[in-house]
Design a protein around this ligand. Structure first.
Ligand SMILES: [Zn+2]
Length: 451
């Protein structure tokens, strides 16, 4: 199952399908092996779906919810789980034909749980008190509950329909996670009754964990600035910090439970696909190692339902590997200052960097600086890729995310991190416009990734 791959995370299905020579050029010039199309309109690979599945679809009324997701007015589907009906799959079929002729694998793509809770509040994640998530953190994702059987069963059947309908060689699911950990409130979700039952089914004492979480939140408020600054002087790690508060052990166990719960759903999806059409590589993008567990990814457990690990982008956005901890710091530091009396912004930022092993990157100690500063992206990316290699099972494919539209010197440095850590290839993201393709072809990508 583990194979060398250079995968194109392709957001322009129509453009890629319209140029019959494109895939051959990418194969010959950058060693492309695989294409993973994703439509920015419907957020899947551009799949159509059966009438029977549409009838059972929980999100078929999406057009009536433009008040909750304004882009609906432009015809953009809300990012939710599964495959919504009504999308024209002609460009996808053309692209599949062209990939088959060129000997390029084609991987399917759908979304799962980490968005859409704001558009479908009836299916949204709730915190452990049953409250909806704070919209203050909306940019990091307001997700759907991952334990709603009607959604997961329908999503699974949609995956089976897609692998039977199209000649796909594998699958990469997106949003197979909780909110990005910058969403402070999202760390305490999903705590709904469905998730309580799912956690108990995995053998967790859910009531004890919830008590622990309540103690932890309470205990955080009793810390004082002196304790924090004393701690910062002695190189604390995340574990030291959790141990300062009551309930820290339960908080860690809660994160493990959340990760186990998502991994179990992933395993169901993978098994359903394998039963329907034989074994195909199945997996998802994951959060980078420093924060993975906080977003629902325990790499060891994840292997129950994934054949490889990849990521959404090298940096930037919600899932960028090199900007994950700084984005998190930008939300956690003010939250800590609101919670702990007299704690200063610079102290809170220094603490967060230390907790994630980032203190040596010399990162800005003000929130304003964090917005404006040029961060050492290649160095941070290299550390995360190095950790990935160090912690992942040697039998699982590793395809770190390579944002190849960045400046050439940055792209070269990102490639070096992938090569130095002996990964199995990369997930390359770049546009499908003529200009974007020409820019990518002008890079020495093949050389940078072969060296
Ligand atoms: Zn739930």
């Amino acid at each position: 199952m583990k194979k060398k791959r250079r995968i194109w995370f392709c957001g322009g299905i129509e453009q890629a399908a319209a140029d019959p020579d494109l895939l051959a050029r990418l194969r010959d010039e950058i060693g492309l092996t695989t294409i993973m199309p994703e439509s920015p309109i419907c957020h899947t690979s551009g799949f159509a779906t059966s009438d029977e599945l549409a009838k059972r679809g929980p999100f078929e009324d999406w057009r009536s919810r433009a008040d909750l997701y304004p882009r609906i007015a432009e015809g953009i589907y809300p990012p939710v789980a599964g495959i919504i009906s009504g999308f024209d799959d002609t460009p996808l079929k053309k692209l599949i034909e062209s990939a088959q002729k060129t000997g390029i694998e084609i991987w399917g793509h759908i979304g799962l749980w980490s968005y859409g809770g704001d558009v479908y509040p009836e299916y949204a994640m709730r915190d452990i008190e049953g409250e909806p998530l704070d919209m203050r953190y909306k940019q990091w994702g307001i997700g759907l509950c991952p334990s709603r059987k009607e959604i997961n069963d329908w999503t699974r059947d949609g995956l089976i329909d897609a692998v039977q309908r199209y000649a796909l060689d594998g699958f990469c699911v997106d949003h197979a996670r909780y909110a990005a950990p910058a969403n402070v409130h999202g760390l305490y979700a999903c705590g709904c009754a469905h998730c309580q039952r799912a956690g108990a089914a995995l053998g967790y004492d859910v009531a004890r964990l919830y008590d622990g979480l309540r103690h932890f939140r309470q205990s955080l408020k009793t810390l004082d600035r002196r304790q924090i600054s004393r701690m910062i002087d002695h190189q604390p790690n995340l574990w030291d910090f959790l141990s300062l508060c009551e309930g820290g052990a339960e908080l860690l166990e809660w994160f493990r439970m959340r990760a186990g719960l998502l991994a179990a759903r992933m395993a169901e999806f993978r098994n359903a696909i394998n039963e329907a059409t034989g074994t195909k590589p199945f997996g998802s993008d994951v959060f980078p190692p420093a924060v993975a567990l906080l977003g629902g990814h325990d790499y060891t457990t994840w292997q129950q339902g994934a054949d490889y690990l990849t990521g959404g982008s090298s940096f930037g956005g919600v899932v960028g590997w090199a900007t994950m901890v700084t984005n998190l710091a930008g939300e956690w530091a003010p939250a800590l200052c609101r919670t702990i009396d007299e704690l200063q912004e610079n102290e809170a930022l220094a603490l967060v960097y230390r907790l994630f092993g980032y203190e040596d990157f010399d990162l800005p100690l003000t929130l304003a600086g964090l917005q404006e500063a040029q961060l050492p992206l290649p160095e941070i990316f290299a550390r995360e890729v190095g950790k990935l290699k160090a912690v992942a099972d040697p039998n699982i494919g590793l395809y770190p995310p390579l944002s190849v539209s960045a400046a050439p010197d940055i792209v070269q440095a990102l490639c070096e991190a992938v090569v130095d850590n002996e990964c199995d290839g990369a997930m390359l993201s770049f546009g499908a416009t003529e200009e974007a393709i020409e820019n990518v072809l002008q890079l020495d990508l093949a050389q940078w990734l072969d060296s």
